[in-house]
Design a protein around this ligand. Sequence first.
Ligand code: ASP
Length: 346
Amino acid sequence: MRVDAPSVLLIYTGGTIGMIENPETGALENFNFDHLLKHVPELKRFNYRISSYQFNPPLDSSDMEPVYWAKLVKIINYNYDDFDGFVILHGTDTMAYTASALSFMLENLSKPVILTGSQLPIGTLRTDGKENLITAIEIAAAKHPDGTAIVPEVCIFFENHLMRGNRTTKINAENFNAFRSFNYPPLARVGIHIKYEPNLIRKPDPNKPLKPHYLFDTNVVILTLFPGIQEEIVTSLLHVPGLKAVVLKTFGSGNAPQKEWFIRQLKEATERGIIIVNITQCSSGAVEMERYETGMHLLEAGVISGYDSTPECAITKLMFLLGHELPNKEIRNKMNSCLIGEITKS
Ligand code: ASP
């Protein structure tokens, strides 16, 4: 191996990709990361220096928590100068939350952090894990002729698309093509070749060093509206002690019931300092509260727009900003600003 061979740190957090079937119960259980390498001998054929780190015990991603996001950031920060890129193997269930959180936590990131996983364990014959892993490693190591990373972003690679992490959502519990970025085009399409989209990829300032962040405040909730939603339920939710922010999943382009009690409850909550962010229940498209009268009422109640944010991104961004104990006004401003490519502001 050349001294200047590309180097990638592989971080295995858990998830299906590293699971094996228990012959007695048929349930999928985590197994040792060494076995993962045994199942992908192809990794040795890369002319790369690949090192690994394993979460012990590995996590089903349903158990993912902000403390593990902080752990990932610590590992990346500690190893930042020694590797060209990072691949995080992660369960698919909450991968979009982790990718969104990391995009805010790794300020001034100038190296690739690529999350991937699989729908079938890597030890099974038809696994999608091998291809996802191998391509993620190739993307994490890819550099321009001047030595800078081609994709200096937190991304999810799955099946045949490289997507900006904080734009991505899991949309299928069965198909190999399980993730989508509805409101931002893929950063690369993968077929015979890996076709990068340089105009869509963020360009970091090379003079700014990585600034890791670790703090989160989880006093937040996601409230999905539906016809028939009860006053008592909305009222109790908005009065939960300690509640600081709500992601309100509204209809269409940001519309909600016009009932007097509903608007009054929201208004009183924003007056108490609770930040309410409006995102749409639709998979694709953005909130435009000025468009219909129903949306205007929300604006008047102090609700702010989440634009075309995914739910995963809106909730992690709120937890991140609240964790840094910024003044309410600054959090509201930042929720309305694009910090790291997470929303489209026209
Ligand atoms: N339950 C698993 C997880 O998210 C599913 C997967 O890996 O795809 O950890």
